[in-house]
Design a binder for this molecule. Sequence first.
Ligand SMILES: *[C@@H]1O[C@H](CO)[C@@H](O)[C@H](O)[C@H]1NC(C)=O
Ligand SMILES: *[C@@H]1O[C@H](CO)[C@@H](O)[C@H](O)[C@H]1NC(C)=O
Ligand SMILES: *[C@@H]1O[C@H](CO)[C@@H](O)[C@H](O)[C@H]1NC(C)=O
Length: 606
Amino acid sequence: MSMRESSAFALLSLWLSRGDRFRKISFRRWIPALVVATSALALFWTYAVPQLARFRFRAGLSRYDMGWYGFGPTRNYVSFGEESPIIEISPAGAQCDPRYTFLAPRGDSVVHPGPMILDAAGELIWTKPNWGTTQDFKVQRYKGQDYLTYWQGDEEDGHGRGSWYMLDSTYTIRHIVSPSGIIEGDLHDFQITSNNTALITAYEPIPYDLTSVGGPEFGWLYDGIIQEINLETGELLFQWRSSSFYPPESSYEPMGGKGHERTLGYDYFHMNSVDKDDRGRYLISARHTHTVTCVDGTTGEVLWSLGGKDNEFFDESDGAATQFAWQHDARWQSPNTLTLFNNGANAASDSSSISHGVLLKLDIPARKAKVLTSYDHPQELMVVSQGNLQVLDNGNVLVGWGHSAAFTEFSPNGTMLCDVHFGASAYFTFGRIVSYRSFKNNWIGLPDTIPDAAVTRESVFVSWNGATEVATWRFQAWDGADLNNMTFGTIKDVERTGFETEISFTPDLKSYFRVVALSSEGAVLGITEVLQRGTAPMEDTFTLDHSWRVAIVLLFVLCCLTFGLYFAISRVLRYQRSQRDMSYRPLSHKDENEDDPENGLGQLPI
Ligand SMILES: *[C@@H]1O[C@H](CO)[C@@H](O)[C@H](O)[C@H]1NC(C)=O
Ligand SMILES: *[C@@H]1O[C@H](CO)[C@@H](O)[C@H](O)[C@H]1NC(C)=O
Ligand SMILES: *[C@@H]1O[C@H](CO)[C@@H](O)[C@H](O)[C@H]1NC(C)=O
């Protein structure tokens, strides 16, 4: 935008300076010039200034964070068709938790959104391109076994219509879970309890008189529903509706013309997490009322509300414990402590508040609350939506920054240990790469596929999407004996070097070969197809990062526009000149200046 305008200005001044050479001001030129300049300024003000204001350039940003490598730098593979993010870990030499990271990156800079596992160094472990939106990807335990769980479906107006998926260690979908009744599963939360039941969130539009909050009398309200269901049978064990306990007046969300249609209800509550403790108390986070609600597990009565207009707690931390806003992910940590991710900032009001994770201590009988620890990002991120906080089993705390492509690990006292970015932080407010939540966990993946391989003339590239246990790749060549019952002899073992490993051929490799995946104990985990040395030259593995492709296309378009503009203007000028030359030539005594007919024209009254 700004570049196009600056070139337009350059052209304009060039044009004007031609007249200036003769120190005579032409109004005929100045008026259109002023019009052009004013419109350019107006355009700049309307389109470029708000965007520029959203950049979060800070002193000392790394090249990565300034976008030197793109909004969300990614890498490609030869043997695998998907990309994975290139991450940046800071501070230098940071000791990050060695477990795997579970993300679901999506946004304009993400080519194939879906669930993704990375190792602590950012190497890809597993990804799966999914249709629609994938959210809340994590490991959960069900009946003593670990499952990968995520929500998948269509996102609509801030909530979702979809189902929850449970994948076993072979990445096979074992359960697809939907709410009980006609409502569809919402993208915000799916928690498997220690009793092997599932807690889920759902949004249901209900008819509602919204006149008390300036809406229509025969309007529509999004009711926030939690259900606890039996995962085996789908039986509904418990249900709670926000509309029975919180009126629309509790909300901070502007009505904004909503509430007239069933498909565009007034989202006054916006429930985004549900948790349950061993005493059977539910804990519900509602973004649009700024409340954390404790609900009795048998009666469904609200035991207390923390935060928002219905706050019952005295704040012993000068507002920090109760004045959270647009928050996410409220979780029990003990009978009287809880954690949450306080967004503070909100897209609608474009607040400049800073987001952070907090650990709160409650004195429930005395209705007092205080902040025990705050988990703050060193770059003071302003996370307008999403985000989560996970307490790891070593007591450290992982904060996922949702709308900002980052997750950060803290020691229990709030000291930052390791900050990981999977997008350039200067552009975080544009939300080009987001992950609703980020988690760390152990995981053993034993895919029921075979390893992928891509053969070139000099080497073979091997990878195995989802396999966590491969330590070594064993390269084996056919012994040339029996084509109908092939036997292979080991040529060499190559240590796995990351998601993809390149194995170069030995000069004497004649024909068929295969690659065997071995565990650290030497057990065979999988074998590639029988492969043959490639005859084509080394495949051109140079592929441009997506963002750079976009940047190059933009640059090209800008160049075309500039040249187009230049040629258009010079054509018009030449045309005008020739017209004037024709009309005024007879009046001139002598044609001193062939290129500038304005010489005579400037004196004419306009
Ligand atoms: C699990 O079930 C027991 C017995 O019904 C109950 O007391 C407990 O609160 C339940 N825990 C959760 C997390 O649902
Ligand atoms: C916080 O904990 C870290 C170790 O986890 C320690 O090095 C640091 O000194 C502690 N800071 C404070 C203020 O207690
Ligand atoms: C293939 O060869 C192996 C050993 O080289 C042998 O044990 C096996 O019986 C053979 N199979 C067939 C179908 O010939």
